[in-house]
Ligand binder design. Structure first.
Ligand code: COA
Ligand code: AMP
Length: 636
């Protein structure tokens, strides 16, 4: 790792207290920290212990006081409603303060939890910031999740208030959100006291008297709320993410460390400063949306773009180029799958020629492995650096990136480049011994983790420790496998668990299996992620039916597909399943999902020595070939 970055990185590891204190001094504190890092805190060390802050103040009011009140803070670009709207820092602060006042008037205060179930409209960002303003903890649930998933999160988070909207718009379809929310509240054992609904013109939500209130009316009647000082270590939000079971993990983010890390990342990783236009084409329901649509660009005084549309079809594969040129976007962050969709519809990027992209400086990709083909296609057509970076919901910002703001390092295709400042990434074997360079193992990070990373799971220290800290003592287990090369470049190859990545969305095959097992005719099942040219991976189900079931397989398959859509949501993209006589297992009864995936993807595979009955693998291969998979699969 040669050059300027090496020195800065070395300081971040060898003298982390000075490094992060310097970064923290760029922000405004109600009271400075007692300790930059409290190494004795449990279950993990805590950053800026003793400090008092307000994240919303730092994201909005601070810039207004510095004279940026008239600058655009947020541009809402919605091809699906044919709308472009601009909010200056003054306007955004005023909207946020009014909503915060309305929530306060309904009894929400410091430490209360608020669920946000919203489409990609400015009110979603306002909702997050309004919670931060009064010290309430938000938990955003992605709109593509169905009622049951929402109910699971309501039960775990126990919100006092839910903020929602009448509908989302997916391409040309209007998706009514309120009936989904009503069903979720019916199913949940915990009941929120209050619901605010933002009525959109495309659908009118029916209101439950006494519980549901019109968002706009509530704000009109409210007096604006000021920022409330909270401890740097207090939670800012909880964001649920897929674990290996149907019970999602509530990743907790604190105020102080989060604010410092994200602010630092904008300049040093993304190369943008106050006044620049930054666009993360994601959704506020995901961590990318939390960090890089809402918090980081605003903490840095940038203008953030909130895009309610798709990379293709709204109206065409030129949509991204239109947004970049119309709003003067300097850096774009999206998932590789969005570029695969654009490349598929417009292979020679003809539509790019209609737009002036001279403002554009760099493209950042994350959320799934960037395939070199797509990355090179983007480089060739955009003629700017295309930077793959690796991170997770848990980490809140990147573990590994090309630190373009400090020094653009040579790009190696297939690698998200090097460890980011504060991250001491290692590769270890099952016994927690470091493996030689170039050898694949578990990717882990030496504790303490840098600021901004999860301090625990929502009200569940035990699960936090068992999920992330117990397996490799002294290290955080990322759940990814990969290797580090001679130059210190990190390669992220696959997950070590049953999590799959569908169109940049993280999903649990375990959660889907729980749904399939709930079908009356299913005796046993397995779900694996198989390769998909557009979405990277898609789920595929295997069903073993109960003895005596005498119905066409297609009927059961159609029913389980509908069940996953109904219980998890359309975002699971669970559209295929096949009925088999039995599943391949080890002698101890563990289903051989990895072998099944290799066969489905047409790779060569080894029959595991622990397999109970090797004769099952040819049966599985035949079943997969019948539905178009496993063409080239062969035993090696
Ligand atoms: N509310 C309701 N439904 C939603 C939704 C939302 N917020 N988001 C997605 N869905 C639905 C979609 O309508 C689709 O439903 P369908 O099965 O009826 O068609 C399903 O969930 C799957 O959605 P998606 O994964 O977005 O697939 P798609 O086929 O509609 O679009 C891409 C494919 C590649 C264009 C799209 O996935 C994309 O733009 N990806 C960008 C990556 C991204 O934003 N990643 C986030 C992390 S950085
Ligand atoms: P999420 O929590 O939804 O952001 O998903 C995190 C997971 O996505 C990681 O653990 C990786 O498996 C995968 N991922 C994210 N970014 C990358 C990347 N740049 N390269 C490879 N895998 C990635």
């Amino acid at each position: 790792m040669p050059g300027r970055y090496q020195d800065i990185y070395a300081q971040s590891i060898d003298d982390r207290e000075t490094f992060w204190a310097d970064a923290a001094n760029a922000l405004s504190w109600d009271k400075k920290w007692d300790k930059v890092i409290d190494l004795d805190a449990k279950p993990v060390p805590r950053w800026f212990a003793g400090g008092m802050v307000n994240t919303c103040y730092n994201a909005l009011d601070r810039h207004i006081e510095a004279g940026r009140g008239g600058q655009n803070a947020l541009i809402y670009d919605s091809p699906v409603t044919d709308t472009v709207a601009h909010y200056t820092y003054n306007e955004l602060r005023d909207e946020v303060a009014k909503l915060a006042g309305a929530m306060r008037a309904r009894g929400v205060g410091k430490g209360d939890l608020v669920i946000i179930y919203m489409p990609m409209i400015p009110q979603a960002a306002m909702a997050m910031l309004a919670c931060a303003r009064i010290g309430a903890i938000h938990s955003v649930v992605f709109g593509g999740f169905a009622a049951h998933e929402l109910a699971t999160r309501i039960n775990d988070a126990k919100p006092k208030l839910i903020l929602s909207a009448s509908c989302g718009i997916e391409g040309s379809r209007v998706i009514a959100y309120k009936p989904l929310l009503d069903r979720a509240i019916d199913q949940a054992t915990h009941k929120p006291e209050t619901v605010f609904v933002w009525q959109r013109p495309q659908a009118t939500a029916e209101m439950v008297p006494g519980r549901d209130f019109d968002w706009a009316d509530e704000c009109a009647a409210a007096s604006p709320a000021d920022c409330v000082s909270v401890a740097a270590t207090d939670p800012l939000y909880v964001l649920y993410t897929s674990g290996t079971t149907g019970q999602p993990k509530g990743v907790v983010r604190d105020n102080g460390g989060h604010m410092v890390a994200l602010h630092w990342s904008m300049k040093n990783i993304y190369g943008v400063s106050a006044g620049d236009v930054f666009w993360a084409a994601s959704d506020v329901g995901w961590v990318v949306g939390h960090s890089y649509i809402v918090y980081a660009p605003l903490l840095a005084g940038c203008t953030t773009v909130m895009y309610e549309g798709k990379p293709v079809g709204t109206p065409d594969a030129g949509a991204f180029w239109r947004v970049i040129s119309q709003h003067g976007v300097k850096a774009l962050f999206t998932a590789p799958t969005a570029f695969r969709a654009i490349k598929r519809d417009d292979p020679n990027a003809e539509l790019m020629k209609n737009y002036d992209l001279s403002c554009f400086e760099a493209l950042y990709l994350a959320g799934e492995r960037s395939d070199p083909d797509t990355l090179q296609w983007a480089e060739r057509h955009l003629q700017v650096p295309v930077i793959d970076h690796w991170w997770q919901t848990e980490t809140g910002w990147s573990i590994c990136a090309n630190p373009r703001g400090i020094e653009l390092m040579p790009i190696k295709y297939g690698s998200p480049t090097v460890a980011v400042c504060g991250w001491d990434v290692r590769v270890v074997d099952e016994g927690c011994h470091e493996v030689p360079r170039g050898k694949i193992g578990a990717l882990v990070a030496k504790l303490p983790l840098p600021p901004g990373t999860l301090p625990t799971l929502w009200q569940n220290d035990e699960r936090f420790v068992s999920s992330y800290l117990a397996e490799y003592p002294g290290y955080y287990a990322t759940g990814d496998a990969g290797f580090i090369d001679e130059d210190g470049y990190i390669y992220v190859m696959s997950r070590t668990d049953d999590i799959i990545n569908v169109a940049g969305h993280r999903l649990s095959t375990g959660a889907m299996e729980e749904v399939l097992s709930g079908h009356q005719d299913v005796a046993e099942c397995a779900v694996i992620g198989v390769h998909d040219d557009l979405k990277g991976q898609v789920p595929l189900g295997f069903l073993v039916l109960k003895a005596g079931v005498n119905r066409p397989d297609e009927e059961v398959v159609a029913e389980v597909i509908a069940m996953v859509r109904d219980q998890i949501g359309p975002v699971a993209a669970f559209k295929q399943a096949t009925v088999v006589d039995r599943l391949p297992k080890t002698r101890s009864g563990k289903i051989l999902r990895r072998t099944m995936r290799s066969i489905a993807d047409g790779e060569s595979y080894k029959t595991p020595a622990t397999i109970d009955d090797p004769a099952i693998l040819p049966e599985i291969t035949t079943a997969l070939r019948d539905i178009g998979y496993a063409r080239e699969a062969a035993e090696s």
